[in-house]
Design a protein. Structure first.
Length: 121
C-alpha cells in the first residue's frame, strides 16, 4: 500500500511540472499576455533570466493571465519570493526570502488584495 501511495505522489509531482515552457516575445494588453507572432493567449510556464543566465522568474499562465505559482529569484539563484495567482490576481499564501534563503515575511492574499501580513515569521 505504501508503494502505491509513493508512486501516486511521484506521478502527481512530475505532472505538476510537466507543463510546457513557452517562449516570447509577448504582447501585454490590459494585463493579458499574447504571443506576439500569433496573437494567441499565453498558456504554460514563462521563464525570464538575469543577465548572468540565472533564472529570474517562473510564472504559470492560463489563457493570457497569471494562474498558479509564480516564483522570483535573486540574481544569486536563491528564491526571492513565491506566491499564487488565480485568474490574474494574487491569491493565497505568498512567501518572501532574503538573498541567503531565509524567510523574511509572508502575506495572505484574497482576490488580489492583502488580508494578512506577517513580518519575520
Amino acid at each position: 500500500m505504501k508503494i502505491i501511495t509513493i508512486l501516486c505522489l511521484v506521478l502527481l509531482s512530475v505532472h505538476s511540472y510537466s507543463q510546457e515552457v513557452v517562449k516570447g516575445p509577448f504582447l501585454i494588453r490590459d494585463g493579458i499576455y499574447y504571443h506576439q507572432d500569433t496573437d494567441e493567449l499565453v498558456t504554460g510556464i514563462v521563464d525570464t533570466f538575469w543577465n548572468n543566465g540565472q533564472l529570474q522568474t517562473r510564472t504559470k499562465f492560463k489563457d493570457g493571465k497569471e494562474d498558479g505559482l509564480m516564483e522570483w529569484f535573486h540574481v544569486n539563484g536563491r528564491l526571492w519570493w513565491r506566491g499564487n495567482y488565480k485568474d490574474g490576481k494574487q491569491d493565497g499564501l505568498w512567501e518572501f526570502f532574503d538573498e541567503y534563503g531565509n524567510l523574511t515575511s509572508t502575506q495572505t492574499w484574497e482576490n488580489g488584495e492583502v488580508v494578512k501580513t506577517n513580518l519575520n515569521p
